[in-house]
Design a protein around this ligand. Structure first.
Ligand code: SF4
Ligand code: SF4
Ligand code: SF4
Length: 591
């Protein structure tokens, strides 16, 4: 390469170093560790991150910004934690790409063609999936877990119960089957648990402003986690006697080990977050009392802990129990007495959890009944299969007409044929054919037809705008409300969604609260628009997806033992090796 003095711009390296995340570029001593570890360099020799950094330090601005190579970085973050000098290659490549667009080295339409690996783009919290998978292939398990924990606090929990939208979009799916991303995440968390040394994220400089979080579910705990990282003193107030929200009192133990739940919450406590359980917002504390105690910002994430009713004759008879109350009692008290013949009304994931928990609590025969046809059922396919495998009969397209009693106690349920659940505009509007009826005998009926927000929280903050469904947000991106400094999120604000979406909500709340307390523009650069890039992989060898071992069906039915047993190390390495590792050309997550 011939270099003339006209090619050199000595300010270039300072320009880059002034961009947040790229500060350490000047420390590079061109050791080449990044290039050696980079999966893109290993596939395309012309991409050499070491060389790019060296050219920046020399000041070869035009050559760097006009080079196609800066677009080769897939932002997988495999190199993260590898550079002995702490240089962050992914951030620097992102900064170069933005600069190349800004200074018109590429046209904006060219930029449109670039995007992020679809797994990362689709993940609600945008985990660097390629990166942690790459680290598994190299046996860098602790670093892999650390990379995940930069974007979310619950790898072990989400490695078990996430609905894994990332896998639906995985480019490997076009070759054979998508990567088992969820299970690989679990592998890293389980390994840490086995080794008994937990990774505790680094805490930034301590700050003085106290923050109160109402609700210790996934949204509240995630907000607390990210605010603690920023150095804020955070207290989480929880009405229940345990922390975790629905993760602790809704999701049954056979799906989510309480050991992993405890450990991941303990990490948050070890980061300095105080969790006060058994404190009811609106009764024991209010926003005014918290303000008097010196709290400067608030996040309300109270979840959906009230079961919806049916408004059907006989609904209050003995033996009819709300499904989420049943799950909560089983979680908190252990065994709950239940009739031998149990009917579960509902067709969602919670109804399946209720049905499988009923089997484990002594019911001999469990039948589910729901309005929806088999194809319309809101429960995920895997969950439905688990229920069928354990012998639960599912009666589709029936709605309850009345509960029939014998001495104040439910004896049977009469159902009417449901002919349509949704109207032509997709609204829930069930229609029935009352000439077709069915009666099922039952000792216990468990109702699982949806959850609502317990509005008693509003007594703690009478000035907050609320709707009949829960607290109202003024801005669904920043989660601001009509009260400055008070933010709301999680299921209570947007309706029932998954744990990982609650984590994403808590994370956004933490960004908003930090900006609010610093007096910054809360809405600046939000929302980030993620665009996944679909590949058409050519000539990729077929490799079977690894299958996770499970407890036998016979053993599952009688126990709350976790039914999925995790990947062995060999399985995790084989599965990680299936990742294409070259998906995506940019990452927009610079915060
Ligand atoms: S690993 Fe770090 S110090 Fe070594 S060449 Fe890459 S950026 Fe420079
Ligand atoms: S982020 Fe990935 S592709 Fe980019 S330099 Fe690092 S290892 Fe290579
Ligand atoms: S192949 Fe790997 S990087 Fe590509 S989408 Fe799938 S998990 Fe993500």
């Amino acid at each position: 390469m011939t270099i003339s003095s006209n090619d050199l711009d000595p300010k270039f390296k300072f320009e880059i170093a002034n961009i947040p995340g790229s500060e350490l570029i000047k420390r590079c001593f061109t050791c080449g560790t990044c290039t050696a570890i980079c999966p893109v360099s290993n596939t395309f020799a012309e991409y050499d991150p070491r060389k790019i950094i060296h050219m920046i330090i020399l000041g070869l601005k035009d050559r760097v910004l006009s080079s196609e190579n800066i677009w080769q970085c897939s932002h997988c973050e495999t190199c993260k934690f590898s550079c002995p000098q702490g240089v962050q290659l992914s951030e620097i490549m992102g900064a170069l790409q933005n600069m190349a667009v800004r200074d018109k080295y590429v046209t904006p339409d060219a930029f449109e063609k670039f995007g992020t690996a679809p797994c990362k783009a689709t993940c609600p919290v945008h985990i660097s999936i390629q990166g942690f998978i790459g680290m598994i292939t190299e046996g860098r398990y602790k670093e892999g877990l650390r990379l995940i924990k930069e974007t979310m606090p619950f790898p072990g929990i989400c490695g078990r119960i996430c609905h894994h939208p990332c896998e639906m979009k995985c480019n490997r799916g076009k070759v054979d089957e998508p990567l088992a991303i969820e299970y690989l995440k679990r592998f890293l968390a389980d390994r840490e648990l086995e080794e008994g040394i937990r990774y505790i994220p680094e805490i930034e400089e301590k700050k003085d402003e106290k923050i109160a979080v109402i609700g210790a579910g996934p949204a509240g705990l995630s907000a607390a986690y990210f605010l603690a990282i920023k150095g804020y003193p955070v207290t989480v107030f929880e009405r229940l006697p345990v922390a975790g929200g629905m993760m602790a009192v809704g999701i049954p133990e056979y799906r989510l080990s309480r050991d992993i739940l405890r450990e991941e919450i303990k990490t948050i406590v070890d980061m300095g977050v105080e969790i006060k359980t058994g404190v009811t917002f609106g009764k024991d504390i209010t926003i005014e009392s918290l303000k008097k105690d010196g709290y400067k910002a608030f996040f309300i994430a109270v979840g959906l802990h009230v079961s919806r009713g049916l408004n059907v004759e006989g609904e209050n008879l003995d033996g009819i129990i709300h499904g989420i109350n049943f799950l909560r009692d089983v979680s908190l008290k252990g065994n709950v007495t239940i009739g031998e013949r149990t009917i579960v009304i509902g067709g969602g994931n919670v109804a399946i959890d209720v049905a499988l928990t009923a089997l484990r609590s002594g019911a001999k025969e469990v039948e589910m009944v729901c309005l929806e046809s088999r194809e319309e059922m809101p429960a995920w396919e895997d969950e439905i299969k688990d229920a069928l495998d354990e012998g639960i009969k599912i009666n589709n397209s029936w709605g309850p007409k009345r509960f029939i009693k014998e001495n104040r106690k439910v004896k049977s349920v009469e159902f009417k044929r449901c002919t349509e659940v949704f109207d032509t505009e997709g609204r829930f509007n069930p229609q029935y054919d009352e000439s077709e009826l069915m009666t099922l005998e039952a000792d216990t009926v468990l109702l699982s037809i949806g959850q609502a927000c317990d509005m008693s929280f509003a007594k703690g903050v009478p000035d907050l705008d609320v709707s009949p469904r829960g607290p109202s947000v003024k801005d669904p991106i920043t989660l601001e409300t009509n009260i400055p400094g008070l933010f709301v999120g999680g299921d209570a604000s947007y309706g029932p969604r998954s744990v990982v979406e609650a984590v994403a909500s808590g994370k956004e709340a933490a960004i908003s609260i930090d900006r609010y307390l610093k007096g910054e523009d809360i809405g600046a650069d939000r929302p980030l628009e993620w665009k996944g890039i679909e590949l058409e992989p050519q000539d990729v060898e077929h490799l079977d997806r690894q299958q996770m071992q499970r407890l036998s069906i016979a053993r599952r039915k009688n126990s709350f033992e976790e039914m999925d047993l995790g990947f062995s190390e060999q399985q995790a390495r084989l599965e990680a090796g299936r990742c294409l590792r070259i998906c995506g050309t940019q990452s927009i997550d610079g915060r």
